[in-house]
Design a protein around this ligand. Structure first.
Ligand SMILES: [Zn+2]
Ligand SMILES: [Zn+2]
Ligand SMILES: [Zn+2]
Length: 317
């Protein structure tokens, strides 16, 4: 990765302009009354190029003549001069774009192995949530999505509920473009690099809750009302007694009714030592242990009351 400077700018611009020419070889067809003329012109230019490259002089001459004739006809069609330049930005265009970018972002970097042009945003904070700096990376080579781009967080503050979300509008490096979609596409496609990076930066510094992958108010999760630790809201539970939202560490389950309670409302049964809520303990003992005790009393009743012996012993007196 190197910093783009006035010294190396021109060479890089040449490379980028070349990529654009490869991906968008022709300019959009200018208006003409005869729709078949433009494709024919293009075909002839391709044939002429080929003939020249292979040194087929006779073929090149024929192409040139035919081209001249076709151009004359087309000029008659449109009554204007004919732009026959290939599409895409020129080296000079790209050079000026790189210069504008450096003026806007302070520094433009280029990674030659991956052919990535990038700038770094200022630290971004939205509605009190610090998200840090982001690198906007434009891939100036290959691929159908040419030129593709992605957003890398440099000091990631991932959303607590989704670790691939580094910004309300960025998930897995992919920017949710929202209303900027068309403007971005046009800037990217036409090589207006400074426009492209500035629009991306504007989207990154503007919060739109409706299109957020994770809304900012849920960024850090929800705090436990006892210990203050922030975790995802779905992992908190509400105490049945106090109505407070609590984390696992600050709450427990009543063994009887299976409700969640803050620790202060749970007490151990004097018999079995399990935890119960105030409603499920009677006199410090749980229902289960109560039942056990009653059963024991029932079982013990015939043996403990010495009915026959007592009657035998007391009746003679
Ligand atoms: Zn807690
Ligand atoms: Zn209970
Ligand atoms: Zn018990």
């Amino acid at each position: 990765m190197y910093v783009v400077t006035p010294r190396n700018r021109w060479q890089l611009a040449g490379h980028v302009a070349n990529q654009y020419r490869t991906h968008f070889p022709t300019a959009p067809a200018p208006p003409t009354d005869n729709p078949s003329r433009w494709p024919r012109l293009q075909r002839l230019m391709r044939q002429l190029d080929l003939a020249k490259r292979h040194g087929y002089q006779a073929a090149a001459r024929r192409c040139r003549e035919e081209l001249r004739e076709c151009l004359t006809l087309w000029q008659q069609d449109t009554r204007t001069t004919v732009p026959v330049e290939p599409g895409g930005p020129t080296v000079r265009d790209i050079c000026l774009e790189l210069q504008a970018l450096a003026a806007e972002f302070g520094e433009v970097q280029y990674e030659p192995d991956r052919q990535q042009l990038s700038v770094v945003t200022e630290p971004i904070e939205l509605e009190g949530v610090y998200l840090g700096e982001f690198r906007i990376v434009l891939q100036v080579s290959g691929g159908e999505q040419f030129p593709a781009y992605e957003i890398e967080p440099l000091e990631p503050n991932w959303a607590s509920s989704a670790t691939e979300v580094s910004h309300p509008h960025v998930s897995r490096g992919y920017l949710c473009e929202g209303e900027g979609k068309q403007a971005l596409q046009q800037a990217r496609r036409s090589g207006r690099l400074s426009d492209f990076f500035l629009i991306v930066q504007r989207i990154l510094t503007t919060y739109n809750p409706e299109s957020a992958y994770v809304p900012l108010e849920e960024w850090h999760g929800t705090p436990c009302e006892d210990c203050g630790e922030t975790i995802e809201e779905s992992e908190l539970c509400r105490c049945r007694y106090s109505d407070r939202l609590l984390c696992d560490g600050c709450s427990g389950i009543c063994e009887e009714c299976e409700g969640m309670f803050a620790h202060e409302y749970l007490s151990a049964c004097a018999e079995c030592d399990e935890l119960f809520c105030p409603d499920c303990l009677k006199g410090g003992i749980c229902t289960y242990c109560h039942e056990n005790q009653e059963e024991e009393i029932h079982h013990e009743t015939p043996e403990t009351l010495p009915i026959p012996a007592a009657t035998a012993a007391t009746s003679p007196a």
